[in-house]
Design a protein around this ligand. Structure first.
Ligand code: B12
Ligand code: SF4
Length: 612
């Protein structure tokens, strides 16, 4: 099921609302100057493989940085960002920031990083309640499956105090109410519990917490879907958060100082930057359009320029990755950004000689930008990741026929931009086809011939929050376990075949590995090395080396799964994972009608939702 949308007139925050909230919080932060916050990005090392094997560790994620930037802009400077990618042994219970335990612990996670996120929460829950930080969970896991971050088992009590199912504004609104309630010197968690029981947070859209009424079974209170920030220029500048990063290390605690600015580039040479959010397509396996409540949001060209140049000057970061869902989708906005960057100088040189960047787009929208591709290149764009999926259009039709895909690839290479295809393998796609281009290997060969530098092949895997999610489970395609090994969240990254209607899903797993091997192999590396005159020579060689390194990791991790799929038996899931307890609104049923909104009918997220 997709996340519901608020009513159109109530879906967006009022212009200036975020700035005003930040202003109010800065005033409060002075009065509560003692607050220490640790923000942790959960990371499961078992997910280290193709196609993200370099980016996963060398690009400090934008989510935790955005939260850190919001805290800094609200006046809470005593904030540290810990990336488990760099600090695998970190334990909240051992953390001391400026000599004292944190007051607030924030945990950010994607679904595939659920296991370490839960371990972090459990560790925090081992701290005696009187000293425990307020535990706030956020990020994609909390957005789509907040219920999984709370244990409602009375014999095994752990869980976040509250999950934020939205963005910066939701967190800051929660903090404003919380600090309004907090007495000087009082533990933040204690103030939260009192405020929660008084109903202070009931009208903050975008929160979930556990309610344990006396004698009744526990339930989760869900305040509904967030309101979205429309003009992304209002967001706090991302520069501040880079100076909050915990230096990489093996310890369980925190260092006395954050990573110095001069060393940021060494560990995070790639900078991820929010440029736009949203996409006007509606692929049934994708939760993104619904998450954005069918809105497309963007930063202005001037703001993007300011962010890139400031991050370059302060931290030396030269390579950026736009965290776009589909950058070219809003053509005018994309042109505004690329025009601004194409005209810009960094010092005495054009920006493109200093700063290079790439992002995600679709074939259709790339062709729509054909006449402006020169400007795109001048703006510093050197690589574009294209959602090719299956070129034959059997899986999804979004304007990406084989001919159009090849045309788009040639357009990019002719402008010196590396095309990076993102393919999605599925049950109806053969490994090889004889008379047409349906086969996976056929398509990989065509894409390589048309100039593809890198390759991403993921198996179609049910994504929480997409319209086909429940259907995939109910159809019996989703695999629960193979040869006794259950499917765990870290395996839901598209690298493992965890959903297939076929009787022999191991063939799909083997097919993906063969296609990768066809693309990344020593012969191709030698060929790439020999083609010295080929444009973008170095990029091609580098991608082959990286690809082979990633493929070794991918083989090591997914081959045992392939063998289990082959050996069987396979057990199939019948229903999609869902909340095991009731999710309720904080308001009585009659009040709910005057409360923020409903998709067609109600702002909550699971079919088990009911009003109190
Ligand atoms: C850029 C991107 C990537 C990049 C970089 C990821 C990174 N680690 O930085 C790359 C290409 C490497 C990547 C890889 C993958 N990605 Co990706 N990616 C994105 C994308 C497009 C943008 C993410 C981003 O940086 N956004 C900008 C930041 C600011 O937003 P944010 O992270 O959501 O954080 C905001 C809120 O969530 C919240 N928040 C976040 N953390 C916290 C914590 C607290 C305490 C609070 C209060 C709030 C909060 O506040 C933030 C500010 O608004 C999103 C889609 C999207 N638009 O969100 C998918 C997305 C995050 N990716 C997704 C997936 C599945 C993957 C992959 C598994 C590949 C795949 N199968 O598609 C891999 C996993 C790699 C790995 N080993 O970790 C899914 C996650 C789904 C889920 N339920 O967990 C998403 C949501 C796309 C989707 N399908 O909907 N991805
Ligand atoms: S084009 Fe990409 S971002 Fe847009 S709905 Fe389809 S999969 Fe999602």
């Amino acid at each position: 099921m997709e996340l519901p949308c608020r009513l159109p007139q109530d879906a967006l925050l009022k212009p200036g609302a975020l700035g005003a909230l930040l202003g109010r919080l800065r005033g409060m932060a002075q009065a509560h100057g003692d607050i220490r916050t640790v923000i942790v990005c959960a990371f499961d090392r078992r997910t280290r493989m193709l196609p993200f094997v370099y980016a996963d560790k060398r690009m400090a994620p934008a989510g935790v940085r955005a939260v850190g930037a919001a805290m800094a802009a609200a006046g809470f400077d005593r904030t540290r960002i810990v990336l488990q990618q760099w600090n695998a042994n970190f334990q909240p219970s051992r953390a001391l920031l400026d000599g004292a335990a944190p007051d607030i612990l924030m945990i950010s996670a994607m679904n595939i990083h659920t296991a370490p996120a839960k371990a972090l929460i459990r560790d925090a829950c081992r701290i005696p309640p009187a000293h425990r930080p307020l535990v706030i969970a956020g990020g994609p896991k909390a957005i789509y499956e907040p219920w999984d971050l709370f244990s409602c088992d009375p014999s095994d009590r752990w869980g976040a105090d509250v999950a934020v199912t939205g963005e910066e504004y939701v967190l800051l609104e929660l903090l404003e109410r919380l600090l309004g309630e907090r007495r000087r010197g009082e533990p933040v968690r204690q103030a939260f519990i009192r405020g929660r029981d008084k109903g202070l947070f009931d009208s903050v859209a975008g929160l979930v917490w556990r309610r344990d009424a006396d004698g009744a079974s526990p339930e989760l209170v869900d305040t509904g879907v967030q309101r979205l920030l429309s003009d992304l220029d209002e967001l706090p500048h991302p520069a501040g958060a880079y100076s909050m990063l915990e230096p990489p290390g093996r310890g369980a605690g925190l260092s006395s100082r954050a990573l110095p600015a001069a060393r940021v580039r060494r560990y995070s040479p790639l900078g991820s930057l929010v440029l736009t959010f949203g996409c006007a397509f509606s692929c049934e396996y994708c939760p993104i359009p619904a998450y954005n409540q069918r809105h497309r949001r963007a930063k202005s060209g001037a703001r993007v320029l300011d962010e890139m140049t400031r991050l370059y000057r302060e931290y030396g970061i030269r390579y950026f990755f736009g965290t776009d869902d589909n950058f070219f989708n809003d053509r005018d906005r994309a042109l505004e950004v690329t025009d601004a960057l194409a005209r810009a100088q960094v010092g005495t040189r054009a920006l493109r000689h200093t700063i290079r960047w790439g992002t995600e787009v679709t074939v259709h929208d790339t062709l729509g930008m054909a006449e402006h591709m020169g400007t795109v290149r001048k703006a510093g764009v050197r690589a574009l990741w294209l959602g090719v999926e299956d070129m034959s259009g059997v899986l999804v039709r979004k304007g990406q026929t084989a001919d159009r895909t090849i045309e788009a690839f040639k357009l990019l290479t002719s402008h010196g931009i590396c095309p990076m295809p993102m393919m999605m393998h599925h049950d109806d796609q053969p490994l090889v086809s004889r008379k047409d281009c349906r086969g996976l290997i056929n398509q990989v060969r065509m894409l390589r011939g048309a100039g593809a530098f890198g390759l991403q092949i993921l198996m179609l895997t049910p994504a929480a929050g997409s319209s086909s999610y429940e259907r995939t489970y109910e159809s019996g395609a989703a695999i629960d376990s193979a040869a006794g090994r259950p499917v765990k969240p870290h395996m839901l990254d598209g690298n493992y075949v965890t959903a297939s209607r076929t009787d022999m899903p191991w063939k799909k797993q083997a097919g993906m590995l063969s296609a990768y091997l066809y693309f990344y192999n020593p012969l191709r590396l030698v060929a790439a090395l020999l083609r010295v005159r080929r444009p973008m020579y170095a990029a091609d060689v580098l991608m082959q080396v990286l690809g082979m390194w990633g493929l070794v990791k991918t083989l090591r991790r997914t081959l045992p799964w392939l063998l289990r799929l082959w050996r069987g038996p396979l057990s199939r899931a019948k229903t999609a994972p869902t909340a095991r307890v009731n999710m309720v609104t904080p308001w009585p049923p009659h009040a709910a009608q005057s409360r923020p909104p409903a998709p067609p009918a109600h702002p909550q997220r699971t079919s088990r939702t009911r009003t109190r």
